[in-house]
Design a protein around this ligand. Sequence first.
Ligand SMILES: NC(=O)c1ccc[n+]([C@@H]2O[C@H](COP(=O)([O-])OP(=O)(O)OC[C@H]3O[C@@H](n4cnc5c(N)ncnc54)[C@H](OP(=O)(O)O)[C@@H]3O)[C@@H](O)[C@H]2O)c1
Length: 139
Amino acid sequence: MRPQALITGASSGIGEEFARELAGRGNDLILVARRKDRLEELARRLEREYGITADIVAADLATEDGLASAERRIACAGNLALLVNNAGFGTRCLFFGVEVDGQDLCIARMMWSQCGSRTWRFKEWSQRGNGGSSTFPPW
Ligand SMILES: NC(=O)c1ccc[n+]([C@@H]2O[C@H](COP(=O)([O-])OP(=O)(O)OC[C@H]3O[C@@H](n4cnc5c(N)ncnc54)[C@H](OP(=O)(O)O)[C@@H]3O)[C@@H](O)[C@H]2O)c1
């Protein structure tokens, strides 16, 4: 069974590139973002090009429902080995000029690590000696 990688924010940018790179290294993928059409197109393309399996979860991770659906997918995954915690956005202004409401997603994304730890396989990974996660800070 191939190792699976779950990538949040996989519908564009850095997350999409991670998806391609990890598919090229022989990982099955679980791709998470809001834009279902882009996720589906990417999943089918990577399956064709790399012979892997790519599932999608169309979810808004700034909402409780979105987080819950991603957690449900994690809970039933067979061979998770990597979390790329990348969904988010950038804000180009002085920190003290940022509207607090607009930072909700950043907070939600950081919380994802905490939420994910309920269902994520950190203990399993430590027992088998591999697996990992990576979180991208906002900029
Ligand atoms: N580019 C940089 O120089 C840089 C530097 C430092 C850190 N970062 C961080 O790296 C990450 C990716 O940056 P990027 O430049 O690749 O940005 P991007 O092209 O805008 O990609 C952001 C991704 O996050 C997803 N996303 C946004 N809001 C979401 C939500 N509420 N729920 C689920 N998914 C959501 C987007 O998909 P949907 O719109 O389909 O949901 C998209 O796939 C961000 O967290 C960013 O803050 C970027």
